[in-house]
Structures are given as structure tokens and as C-alpha cells.
Design a binder for this molecule. Sequence first.
Ligand code: ADP
Ligand code: MG
Length: 154
Amino acid sequence: MKQKITIITKNNQETKKIGYDIGQSLFGNEIIALEGDLGAGKTTLLQGLASGLGIKDLVNSPTFNILKRYNLKTRLTDQSIKLKYFYHIDAYRLKNSQELKDLGWEEMINDENSVIAIEWAEKIKDILPPNTIQIKLKHVNEQTRQIIVKFINV
Ligand code: ADP
Ligand code: MG
């Protein structure tokens, strides 16, 4: 069943908190596809999400090239969950999805202990697996954003 949640945030800290809560609930083998215009809050949400996953050095707005990988530590509270990597992808500069495949996409999505988050995911829609968690961010006004999270309950 497809589930949809709509959230309104009134400042960037609230968006970070949404990301943090999502990050805390992840346990590997998740793909998170973010859509939304420049300044919608994709990176802000991912900063919170990374922090929820236990990453200390913040996820920057990607001035880096397309893909950045972070090491994850297994949460002390749950030793049965083995988290390995968090991949932060910015698809904005990709010409097509083949370019991402050339960067090792198949290996990434087949690694059960990793979490992948993609900004500008609309650019690579054709290679997203059906169980991808979709997050759409919309600019409502200067400080307000609408965040729609869609996921499939299996
Ligand atoms: P994107 O990655 O989608 O281009 P960023 O997260 O880099 O967007 O930038 C969002 C900008 O909007 C930041 O400067 C942030 O401070 C600002 N902002 C204002 N209100 C919000 C909000 N409610 N949620 C997220 N960001 C907000
Ligand atoms: Mg961004």
C-alpha cells in the first residue's frame, strides 16, 4: 500500500528535524528520492537526515561532484543493524541515468547496509526501484515549505 504524509515546516530547523526523524528510523537498504526546486530545502532536510543516521560532519550543499559517501556507524542501541554507508547524490548535473550507473549505481542499491539519498531525483526516475521513498519539497513562502513523503508499505 502506498502511504502519503504531508508536512508543513515554518523554518529550516523544522525541516532538519523532519530529516532527523527519518534518519533515525532508517536501517539500511533504503533509497530516498528528493524532488523540489532550488532552495526548496532538499539539502537542509538531508543535513537532518544525516545527523539522524549519526553523521557528525554536516552534509553540505553539493558543491562536490554528483556523489559523496559517508561512513556510518551501527547504532549502539541496535547492534543487529549493520549500517555501512550513506550516499548523498546530486543528480542536477547528470545528463542521463546512465552516468549514475557508470558511478556504481547497481552496487549501491544492492548493498543492504547502505542508505542512498538523491537530490533532483526527477532526473533519474527511470532507474529508481519501486520501493524508493519519495520526498517532494515545495516552496510555499520565504520560510514555509510543504513536504510530501510517499512510501510503500510492504
Ligand atoms: P535545496 O537543496 O533544495 O536547493 P537548500 O536546503 O540548500 O535547498 O536551501 C534551502 C534554503 O531555504 C536555506 O537557505 C534555508 O535556510 C531556507 N529555508 C527557509 N525556510 C525553510 C524551511 N521551512 N525548510 C527548509 N529550508 C528553509
Ligand atoms: Mg541542494
